[in-house]
Design a protein around this ligand. Structure first.
Ligand code: BGC
Length: 761
């Protein structure tokens, strides 16, 4: 390939404050005049974020940490709080700061609004399976409406960490393994949370986290170190963060991980050079919980002072719960170890966001009891949650066409620990939800009449697992329900099995080494299968699972993740054919844990294929497992079928490539398809992945009709970053692939080498 363009990562063209309207300038002028009045301590105070520390209905705390926090708020030494919620509580806390402190600066109130506030939408990984940016944006907007109505103005979301390791429990909180899809989703979520105007009292400031590389924790063990090459960092990990900046995200959170030897919150390279430098991010960076303190545990900083100095110098603006900044920064400045300009810059960034939120015009702007009553759990929000849940479901296989269910005279046994579960489908990170408030699968199915339903648990859940290292949520010893379930299965026309992980088996610190069905569920599945093979398996899980036996033996498998409050209704809508499934996997499902990391955009290696001499073992493979995944990235079926044809790729004079393809709905149902475009740069100075997603379109195609779909590939899609983060676009031959899954595409080649006109010829 020839080198055509060399450029550095360009500046964001849309950050929090780039739209310098007169209004914005006035706000910033107000910030500057406030900053001029602030003492060093008060500026450091803005950089101090406290967790909720006392029950506001009781007497003020008089000793210990709580008293210190209380006094600091009154003295104007606290920038914001997390985990205080509800209009009354927020109002009281805000009053403490505004009425008592010298300058009356309001606090910002943050909360982990990850997939809903009280009304839970599907977990983010599930929403990502919808590949539906409009729906994802709407879901984030719904979460904002409820949380903002509850007094909050800042969410610690979206988590945009790419991960290739389903052992890592936090994959439930992200958008999966792909940087392109992840970037689109990052944008949709930021725009959904923030709306068009941060000062709208029904929107929240968003926070892209965890900058950067946290999803690459070694061995999938949460909080573990990360060692990531420059090309992987810049091409895979960074794009969703950059997309969040371009979408105008107000804040960033850094991570807990050590990246290539430097704790990320102490990395100037990440925060000053890239984020605030090359990308021009003008919001503020909050540390993760205790992470400033943890630079000492990492073995980088020897003392609390050194930890504070390293992190602030590296560009971490706000300290979540370490109390280090408030304790040490003023002295570090006086001793000449930290430049006061860095403190002023951090305080200015934080104050700017408070202005954007409208808190200086009205510190109680988010505290309106009537709005709180009207918004939280409203009918509109429940309807939005159901719609999002339907779109998140993925039909993994449907071999004998068992779905959609034909209702006439069907006797259906519904079996499994998830059948009547109302808690687990809420998933992890649902802090403000009501326990047990989800519609169970049983509840959803029963609303459909005309079917003879019966329900059996088979294997019980454990309500409160012992709080020790091995948390068991699904019974491993109690077989008492299995016989009854098997008996029911014998006489049923169809069995629906509801199996998977408990909602708390994924999430933060929920890493697992085994990814099969936990507890006795595999035993239950095989026992039922022995008496009735007509099984629809509905999976409830927060991460890809390894289920090779089920894939080979169960005709129909529906991936239903943890879908939030409307879980049972949404699954029933799909089972009954009220909604034709349209989801596609945002993350590869491996066949076994040994295949991890498992992802579609791998490199070729020098020995990718089995030699024609079958006795030769010297090629890149495992001797006890195939290379193909259980289900590939982008996979997902419909009740109808789609056929792809007529793929064309034309090079244009401006260097772009125009791609067109025909997609026909050849089945008996109307349906939505996610048309996916992948490229392979065939020969390149730095090896490129065998396939990279560079475009997709979700569209409805009526049965018997077809659509022509067009994509344009520009330098933005064709280029790549080298190990130093420099951007290159090379000309030459590309393979263009389009299909309904990363492992089911049609291909065409196109050469982008400019034609050299030789005179006289
Ligand atoms: C998590 C963050 C979260 C924070 C505040 C940390 O443990 O890593 O993602 O926002 O807690 O709850």
């Amino acid at each position: 390939m020839f080198l055509l363009v060399i450029a550095f990562g360009c500046k964001s063209n849309k950050t929090v404050s780039v739209t310098k309207t007169v209004d914005t300038l006035i706000k910033y002028d107000r910030v500057e005049s406030l900053i001029r009045k602030m003492t060093l301590e008060e500026k450091v105070g803005q950089m101090n974020l406290y967790n909720g520390f006392y029950d506001l209905t009781g007497p003020a705390p008089s000793d210990g940490d709580a008293a210190q926090k209380y006094d600091n708020i009154k003295d104007g030494l606290v920038g914001g709080m997390l985990n205080i919620r509800g209009v009354d509580q927020v109002r009281q806390m805000q009053k403490l700061a505004v009425d008592n402190s010298r300058l009356g600066i309001p606090m910002i109130f943050g909360y982990d609004v990850i997939h809903g506030y009280k009304t839970q939408s599907p977990i983010p990984l599930a929403e990502s399976a919808s590949w539906d940016m409009k729906a994802i944006k709407k879901s984030a907007a719904m979460a904002s409406r409820e949380a903002a109505a509850s007094g909050l103005n800042w969410t610690f979301a979206p988590m945009v960490d790419i991960s290739r390791d389903p052992r890592w429990g936090r994959v439930m909180e992200g958008a999966g393994e792909d940087p392109y899809l992840g970037s689109m989703i990052a944008k949709a979520r930021v725009e959904g949370f923030q709306g068009d105007d941060l000062s709208d009292p029904l929107t929240l400031a968003a926070c892209a986290k965890h900058f950067a590389g946290y999803g690459f924790s070694e061995g999938g063990r949460d909080y573990n170190s990360t060692d990531i090459s420059g090309t992987t960092l810049h091409n895979i990990v960074m794009p969703p963060f950059k997309a969040a900046v371009d979408a105008g995200v107000a804040t960033f959170m850094n991570g807990f991980n050590d990246l290539n030897g430097v704790p990320v919150n102490a990395s100037s390279y990440l925060q000053r050079d890239i984020l605030k430098g090359a990308w021009g991010f003008e919001g503020f960076v909050v540390s993760d919980w205790w992470s400033i303190k943890q630079t000492v545990t990492h073995g980088q900083s020897a003392t609390e002072e050194e930890a504070s100095m390293r992190c602030v110098n590296a560009g971490s603006d706000m300290d979540m719960e370490s109390y280090y900044y408030i304790k040490h920064l003023p002295k570090l400045v006086r001793d000449g170890k930290v430049d006061e300009a860095k403190i002023t810059d951090a305080a200015r960034r934080i104050l700017n966001i408070k202005f954007e939120l409208g808190l200086f015009d009205d510190p109680y702007k988010y505290c309106n009891v009537d709005r709180e009553k009207a918004e939280i759990g409203s009918d509109r929000n429940i309807a939005d949650a159901r719609d999002m849940a339907k779109r998140s479901i993925v039909l993994l296989q449907n071999e004998s066409g068992l779905l959609p269910l034909n209702r006439t005279n069907k006797k259906v046994a519904v079996i499994g620990p998830m059948v009547s579960e109302k808690n687990s489908p809420l998933g992890s990170w649902r802090l403000a939800s009501e326990d047990g408030s989800a519609v169970s699968l049983q509840g959803g199915l029963e609303s459909y009449k005309g079917v003879d339903w019966s329900f059996y648990q088979g294997v019980k859940l454990i309500d409160k697992p012992a709080a020790f290292i091995f948390e068991t949520y699904i019974n491993e010893t109690d077989r008492t329900g299995i016989d009854e379930a098997v008996e029911a299965a014998k006489s049923a026309d169809l069995v629906i099995m509801a199996l998977g992980e408990h909602g708390f088996q994924s999430g933060e610190a929920r890493s697992r080494t085994k990814l099969g069905l936990p507890g006795l569920q595999q035993e239950l599945l095989e026992a039922v299968h022995a008496v009735n093979e007509n099984i629809v398996l509905v999976l409830f899980n927060g991460r890809p699972l390894t289920l090779p036996w089920a894939k080979d033996n169960i005709p129909t498998i529906l991936e239903a993740w943890q879908l939030g409050n409307e879980s049972g209704n949404a699954i029933a809508d799909v089972i009954m054919g009220e909604y034709n499934p349209s989801g596609k996997l945002p993350m590869t499902f491996p066949r076994s844990v040994g295949q991890i990391p498992s992802y579609y955009n791998t490199k070729s290696t020098g020995r990718p294929d089995q030699p024609s001499d079958k006795d030769l073992v010297f090629w890149s493979h495992y001797s006890d497992e195939t290379l193909d995944p259980l289900y590939a990235f982008g996979h997902g079926l419909s009740y109808t079928t789609f056929e792809y044809s007529n793929l064309k790729a034309d090079k244009k004079e401006n260097g772009s490539i125009e791609v067109s393809v025909s997609v026909a709905n050849t089945g008996g149902y109307d349906g939505e398809e996610v048309i996916q475009l992948y490229i392979k740069d065939l020969y390149c100075s730095l090896t490129r992945p065998i396939k990279e997603l560079k475009g997709f379109r979700k569209t409805e195609i009526k049965s018997g009709r077809s659509k022509s779909i067009k994509f344009t590939l520009t330098d933005k899609e064709l280029g790549y970053f080298d190990n130093d983060g420099k951007w290159f676009v090379e000309t030459g031959e590309y393979e263009i692939m389009v299909g309904g899954s990363s492992d089911n595409v049609i291909k065409v080649k196109v050469d982008t080498t400019p034609v050299v006109v030789v005179e006289g010829k």
